[in-house]
Design a protein around this ligand. Sequence first.
Ligand code: DGY
Length: 321
Amino acid sequence: MADTPVVFVTRNVPDAVEARLRRGYTPRINDSDRALSADDIVAGAEGADALVVTPPDKVTAEVIDRLPGSVKAIGCFSVGTNHVDLDAAKARGLVVTNTPGVLTEATADIAMLLILGATRRAWEGQAMLRGDDWHGWTPTQLMGVELSGKRLGILGMGRIGQAVARRAEGFGLKVHYHNRRRLSPDEARGATYHDTPESLLAVSDILSLHCPATPETQGFLNAERIERLPTDAVVINTSRGDVVDDDALIAALRSGRLFAAGLDVFVGEPNIHPDYRKLDNAYLLPHLGSATVETRNAMGFKVLDNLDAFFAGQEPPDRVA
Ligand code: DGY
């Protein structure tokens, strides 16, 4: 019997996080660092008191049902929790936690990178240079869209949406938003509120998605909603791939109805829709939103703060189930 709680961790974690984990727990780490199947998760959980899971780990109702009775808590190494069936976890009496607040700035930075990369055709420029296909400056080469004076529509004005809005001010963008709750004037900092997503779409030269993946937001940006966007609009997604209807977005990028998209998240990661790779106007990143040393350490420490509270018999600060 281990002296400290056994924690099954589905991926390698940053060194500083692992060091702290080893001080308080008996870790069992999947150091293959590859996504685990349902069977692998269940097998890895054998004899564990808690699991630490990441967005690619699908902790479905079936997986939860098959977990050994020893498992009492699941710490999500993420703020998003759509990979865990929270209802099934609750029904089974499992405590589930996440990592809100600490990835706000890093994710907002990536949203800005996508906005700049998509509007200024950065990927095409890179491909030209790396493919030894640049024949010098010309007045019409890779002309993009200027940000200053454009309208940025933010769907979901939580922590990350607000952090993007703060950055956008510096680029001269006019911020519009839709959110379930209308922000106070202090929080909104002059951003224009829209009481429906449809009203927001109509003014979004650039639309940045920051809503969580829920049954209500599944496939939100479909063909009908894309049609509401201004001509040559740009779509940015750093939330979850599920919020976008891939076929509709790809069709609009291919036809030129949209100028470009900047995407950090995809349905079925890492197996993204293959047509995205064929589109010059899709600026793509592999889910890097929170990928800074500072943020990944902070996420790991938050996972551990929550486990510490749980095993000390206290209410974990970031409990979601
Ligand atoms: C999260 O925490 O949900 C992010 O998607 C990870 O970058």
